[in-house]
Design a protein around this ligand. Structure first.
Ligand code: GDP
Ligand code: IMO
Ligand code: MG
Length: 423
């Protein structure tokens, strides 16, 4: 029995969904504990593609339970649509395999409009958010003016609170020059979505603790990545939740000492979507990957910025998250290259640094110092076991593990389940 926290070790989109789906085979429960539908986790099963935003990726395997924990922010209309979309694809979603915390906060339409307005007012200093209202929703949670799933389950209370919140937010929207929201419309749409979610809603903390007592194995599915963490990321170019390992505890109510290991998922290179510093970004490499039809965002479709593997960042991610094991995905993305760069240090002015500076302006000015490793120029997507990988590919992933300071556990060479090598 072991409980695993899976986190993204970079800037999101590391392939967390694919690895969660792979690991769910031997787990009992999969929990999302932070983020919202800004996340897009892609899983391919038998040629069918699923993009999960709020529902844990474990939903694709039968007999497993999925939990949306208290730390998630939920757009109830989006989650109802996601459930309907999965059912259309013949995936079972019932109260027997999906539970939603009554303490999770709601994303409301004014959060989305505020997200858009703030972004457009920032102009070139924009964060490049997904415009799903995530920042404003977490803002309201911290300011103690948020509405929760539990409120939505009590229509009279919900409507009363919503009326107040819409009144206050309409004044803010007016200042932005945005259209005011109509209470009656929002109220009706949310109560309708609330009815659809009602069967799934309850106290997920009690469920998880009872499951722990009966020896069930839990996987915590991180969303976003370490450098998008509100505390440890490249602030303000971050999301608004704790995407690092600690977030799995606060966002689910499972205490730290019940966690057995932390698995850090990372691409064999680096990508980032949205604005903010990215020391190893490389335009030529981005073009190569985009030309192969790779690295377009699962949530917004935006082209991801791409660059070389950044061991400075990932080493720091290992520190913050306590990463024991690593999963390296998208190794096949490097297959065609004659030689591959890997950043081991930064130079900031005359100083050599081994950890990323916390100030984003300093990080923007950091010059990556690279080592260069020979490529393998052989397709890896059919490799079934570690020894099937070309020698240079093995040397590359071993170098990644060495620089990260954690144990190499999984290498992924394609988006499908059977393109996963367990070491
Ligand atoms: P997540 O947000 O961390 O779950 O990652 P995304 O799903 O947003 O992005 C990862 C992308 O890489 C998806 O399109 C996956 O299907 C794909 N993927 C994951 N692992 C591999 C791999 O090893 N090779 C290839 N070619 N694609 C992969
Ligand atoms: P998954 O779980 C990659 C980025 C946005 C933006 C910043 C803030 O699929 O890895 P937000 O909408 O959260 O306020 O945007 O964070 N971002 C992600 N980037 N993967 C994600 O999720 C992301 N979720 C948010 O692009 O830069
Ligand atoms: Mg993603």
């Amino acid at each position: 029995m072991s409980n695993t926290i899976l986190v993204g070790a970079q800037w999101g989109d590391e392939g967390k969904g694919k690895i969660i789906d792979f690991l769910t085979e031997t787990a009992d429960i999969v929990v999302r504990s932070q983020g919202g539908n800004n996340a897009g986790h892609t899983v391919i099963v038998d040629g069918a593609k699923y993009v999960l935003h709020l529902i844990p990726s474990g939903i694709l395997r039968s007999g497993k339970k999925c939990v949306i924990g208290n730390g998630v922010v939920i757009d109830p209309i989006a989650v109802a649509q996601e459930i309907a979309g999965l059912r259309d694809k013949k995936i079972k979603v019932t109260k027997d395999n999906l539970l939603i915390s009554d303490c999770a906060h709601l994303v409301l339409p004014y959060h989305r409009v505020l997200d858009e307005q703030r972004e457009s007012k920032k102009g070139k200093n924009r964060i490049g958010t997904t415009k799903r209202g995530i920042g404003p929703a977490y803002g309201d949670k911290a300011a103690r003016v948020g509405l929760r799933v539990g409120d939505l389950m009590q229509p009279a209370i919900f409507s009363e609170k919503l009326a107040q919140r819409i009144k206050e937010n309409n004044a803010v929207l007016k200042a932005f020059g945005a259209k005011p929201l109509k209470f009656a419309e929002v109220n009706a749409a949310y109560l309708e979505a609330g009815k659809k979610l009602a069967p799934f809603v309850g106290n997920t903390v009690v469920f998880l603790h009872e499951s722990l007592q009966s020896g069930k194995e839990i996987l915590f599915e991180g969303a976003q990545g370490t450098f998008l963490d509100i505390d440890h990321g490249t602030y303000p170019y971050v999301t608004s939740s704790n995407t690092t390992a600690g977030g799995a505890c606060t966002g689910s109510g499972v205490p730290p000492h019940r966690m057995d290991r932390v698995l850090g998922v990372m691409k064999a290179y680096t990508t980032r979507v949205g604005e903010g510093p990215f020391p190893t970004e490389n335009a030529e490499f981005s073009d190569l990957l985009h030309g192969m039809g790779r690295e377009f965002g699962a949530t917004t479709g935006r082209a991801r910025r791409c660059g070389w593997f950044d061991a400075v960042a990932v080493r720091y991610a290992a520190m913050i998250n306590g990463i024991d094991d690593i999963a390296i995905t998208n190794l096949d993305g490097l297959d065609s290259l004659p030689s591959i760069k890997m950043c081991t240090h930064y130079k900031i002015g005359k100083k050599t640094v081994e950890v990323p500076p916390s100030d984003f302006r300093q990080l923007q000015g950091a010059k990556p110092v690279y080592i260069e490793l020979p490529g393998w120029q052989t397709p890896t997507h059919e490799a079934q076991k570690y020894s099937d990988l070309p020698k240079n590919a093995r040397a590359y992933v071993e170098q990644v593990a060495k620089l990260t300071g954690a144990k190499l556990t999984i290498v992924s060479v394609g988006p499908n389940r059977d393109q996963t090598i367990l070491l």
